[in-house]
Ligand binder design. Structure first.
Ligand SMILES: [Zn+2]
Length: 259
């Protein structure tokens, strides 16, 4: 999980942008001074006093751009979101009014997870879809993660329909088939069981977010479920170290380099 991205789930002071990772390279994005706009145009911003509001009732919007500090990359990311005035501890330790931002959209989106290179494209597509909407519509983002599980089951060779025909199999049944090895998976049983626990947890939270009346799904919940998927994908697609481990054991046994 990219921990810097998780900083976006809350409001932050206008002069303390989280050090976000560039979507194209490993460098950091930075907000150029004067390039983040929160003009005092909205009603509460311009007339809060005459409307009888308190200063910390002031709400508005912001927009701007972030740029990659790596000059060879030069990626530019558009950003928009909410602006608010609130109380915070100032540099002297006293509580004072401050200006805060909360990101609702980044374009291009910043990835939520780091995926091993072998992860199939349809799974990555759903993870990217979740990343694009997590800050503006977390419930839709969790639905995208749930769809990602369906695509992962496709990639793992778990049938979406019973051999005898009939209606499509539900995700719960497919995950169960994956866990028990009823499907023709390439992964060993222990890995499948551990990955299944993580994936099934995502499915339950995804169900809750998809059906009306379910629990409140916020960006923090989406990030946690994305991290579960990231760990499961690492189990299923990270390079297999078995050959190197077996060779290390042979070297240990003979206490010398062996063929
Ligand atoms: Zn970059």
């Amino acid at each position: 999980m990219r921990s810097q991205v998780a900083a976006l789930r809350k409001f932050f002071p206008v002069d303390k942008w989280p050090a976000l990772p560039c979507p194209r390279c490993d460098a950091t994005l930075t907000a150029l001074k004067g390039d983040i706009h929160y003009d005092r145009l909205s009603t509460t911003m311009a007339r809060w006093s005459e409307l009888g509001y308190e200063p910390d009732d002031i709400r508005g919007v912001f927009s701007g751009r972030l740029v990659c500090v790596n000059l060879l990359c030069g990626e530019v990311v558009s950003v928009l979101g909410d602006f608010a005035v609130g109380w915070d501890e100032g540099p002297t330790g006293r509580t004072e009014l401050g200006e805060f931002l909360k990101v609702r959209m980044l374009h291009p989106a910043l990835s939520l997870v780091e995926t091993p290179s072998g992860v199939p494209e349809p799974v990555v597509t759903e993870l990217d879809r979740a990343a694009a909407i997590i800050w503006s519509d977390p419930r839709s983002a969790i639905t995208a993660l749930r769809t990602g599980l369906e695509r992962l089951m496709d990639a793992q060779g778990v049938p979406a329909q019973a051999a005898s025909g009939g209606p499509p199999l539900g995700l719960h049944k497919r995950l169960k088939d994956f866990r028990t090895g009823a499907a023709s998976g390439t992964t060993d049983a222990a890995t499948r069981a551990n990955a299944s626990d993580l994936l099934e947890a995502v499915k339950w939270v995804g169900n809750d977010g998809t059906h009306a009346g379910g629990a409140t799904i916020d960006a923090a919940a989406v990030l946690e479920m994305a991290e579960f998927i990231e760990i499961a994908l690492r189990m299923l697609y990270a390079p297999n170290n078995a050959a190197a481990l077996a060779r290390a054991k042979r070297i240990i046994t003979s206490k010398a380099l062996v063929d």
